[in-house]
Write a new protein. Structure first.
Lengths: 373, 373
DNA sequence: CTGGAGAATTGGATCGTTACAATCGTTTGG
DNA sequence: CCAAACGATTGTAACGATCCAATTCTCCAG
């Protein structure tokens, strides 16, 4: 806890008002903070009037307002929103809890949230969980003490909805992002993972591929499960039965994905294309393919998921499913602001659309390859 | 501004203490927030005692403490840190203002800051400027109203130090990151751009290159200027005079960089290697080279700057200067916490080291190429 | 049984702001 | 000339915690 003690001279009883003020202003101008009282005193009005000016109330006479505003400027007064919030029982902050900012998907999301909140004159309280439910608990508790008006939470894997509901209480509206979380009454903003993966798989099918793998991601991750389900939907709709070795699990990182590429080709029939859990994995796959002498986008088709910035500039540029995390961030922020303004809004489950972005990594099936074996 | 009005029943004069409490608790348990008073009342002690428990004071008897803690748990009380901060004249938040979170360098930095602040029980107030001094002014003013204990600012290009000093005032310690900013008394944490670029250039010189370009970045960016100076240092130390067309200015993005690659080769003598302003530019350069039939890492050596995650997995993997933004973030947070704890610390200008990470994009000079013309 | 030293607890003022009711001038209509 | 109406301003009590001095409780030595 931060605690800076200031050795502030409380005026001795012998000094009356003005003298004391002068004394303070000379002696400790740089130590003590200017308050609304100082402004009031400085131009001979009551604190209440200054407060009215700060609230842009039309009740104050124009000339008085001007005088007060000049004094505010002169003394370099800064409004203490915490004090105001305490009195008004309001809050001008929203808490944002994500897994990890170094994941570009979440970084973009956070940027979008912050952008929209700032536009509404609201400040972002940041927290990150590192995908640990224990840290999530701690971070949530810590942020709640700052009485945010609302919370945007991208829950860590394996979160317990009831525990979160108990922690947050009924006072603070919560918006859950990116993952289903049962156990409470809250808004949800999720991606259409299933339809996205169906889109990706359908695209590869349309290019002539039949032996399509689903590559990467953790089995127990809900987003991975949804994407895999979408892939399976599309495959069975096209009457293609995936071989077990076409479903490869990896940590969702480039490096880990690159290491696992071999597993795709250990047994025949080998796949000619892959739908990947996300772009990181897809880029790793491209790398691993190149290392084994297969050229992605020519010998093997790859589709990613997320459309992170480097997808557009990889070699070859990656076909992927765009989810526009920045727009999702703005959307989340706007939704929570709306709910704060009106707590009686109906709970909404919003599934954001995903769209296919075709680039060069998804090539048609090569006849020679397709026919071989 | 957020303002949720609660239709709270103020107890009518006819009701005395306990009845009123019961009424409130039945009628509006889910509306009204639990305060420390409620806990005190709930177990028949004074608010002061509850406060002592919350502060882990050793003055309360163990049995009393247990009783109070149970009540806190039972009622689901959440501490109101804003109220405490108001009374104590302290703050448990630090403001972090960066250019843009979607830049992975800043995202990593922010992650590091948040990590270290959270470990100290302190919350991060986020703000982003989008490299606009006007937004920076607004964001800074808005965050200051929340009375952060300190501010970590990565100033927007073209910031006016005096204006910032005036805005922030002498009360709130400021740590400036990543860019020099004159005009006030504050700590600085910067990267050793000059030495880093010298390292990069020296590495290429050691590989036999003499015709080395400095590619990318904005002329008016201070970090770009410093890196270019480092490059020029190393070149002149090796008695190499750079041709004017070896110094190419671009926006610091992959796409823009890829577009400008042609400019390197419009006139003889053409360079055989390039030190890039940053990794984004370097990756763009690799892309542009490939598009023109030159293979980076074989026909042309490339060195980047920053060591962003994709540098390790590009084609070819990029030799670069690592600055470890996450560690810088932790460092910044720790420094501002130290200064908050002791405002009389001497001002520190910290220049973080940069280290060369050799990968495959920096190849030795090919004899055939080197001798031609 | 009493005095008094600690230990444990508490009342009340306070942090900087705002809501509310009350006040003070001015003006206007009757 | 008074009442009412209005516009502008203000005193005071909160908001939810903490600090400080003062008080009460314990317990033990004498």
């Amino acid at each position: 806890m931060l605690r800076r003690r200031m050795q502030c001279n409380h005026g001795s009883p012998s000094m009356h008002g003005l003298e004391r003020y002068k004394f303070m202003s000379r002696r400790s101008l740089s130590r003590r903070k200017i308050t609304l009282r100082d402004i009031a005193q400085g131009c001979g009005v009551s604190p209440a009037t200054v407060s009215l000016v700060l609230q842009r109330s039309p009740l104050v006479r124009t000339t008085t307002r001007a005088r007060i505003e000049a004094e505010i400027e002169r003394q370099g007064y800064v409004y203490n929103r915490a004090a105001a919030n305490l009195r008004q029982r309001t809050s001008s902050s929203v808490a944002l809890i994500v897994n990890d900012l170094s994941n570009p998907f979440f970084a973009e999301f956070a940027a979008g949230v912050d952008e929209a909140l700032a536009a509404a004159g609201c400040v972002t309280l940041l927290g990150s969980t590192g995908e640990s439910t224990e840290r999530q608990r701690a971070v949530l508790a810590s942020l709640l003490e700052h009485a945010p008006a609302g919370i945007i939470l991208s829950p860590a894997e394996g979160s317990d909805g009831d525990a979160i509901a108990r922690l947050v209480g009924a006072h603070t509206p919560l918006l859950v992002f990116n993952r289903e979380l049962g156990g409470g009454e809250w808004d949800l903003l999720a991606l259409d993972n299933r339809r996205g993966a169906r889109l990706a798989t359908g695209h590869l099918l349309a290019l002539g591929h039949r032996r399509i793998a689903f590559f990467g991601g953790h089995r127990d991750s809900s987003s991975c499960r949804e994407r895999r389900d979408g892939y399976l939907d599309a495959m069975s709709a096209a009457a293609c039965a995936p071989e077990p070795q076409w479903l490869i699990e990896t940590a969702p990182t480039r490096l880990e994905a690159a290491r696992q590429v071999g597993a795709l080709f250990v047994r025949d029939p080998a796949p000619t294309a892959a739908v990947c859990y996300n772009d990181a994995v897809a880029l790793g796959l491209q790398l691993g393919l190149a290392a084994r002498g297969r050229q992605p986008g020519r010998d093997f088709a790859v589709v990613g998921f997320d459309d992170i910035p480097e997808a557009a500039v990889s070699l070859p540029p990656l076909t992927t499913i765009a989810t526009d995390p920045r727009a999702r961030g703005r959307q989340a922020a706007e939704r929570i602001l709306a709910r704060v303004a009106d707590p009686d809004l109906a709970i909404a489950r919003t599934i954001a659309p995903a769209r296919l972005v075709v680039r060069e990594s998804s090539c048609p099936l090569l006849e020679s390859k397709g026919v071989r074996q």
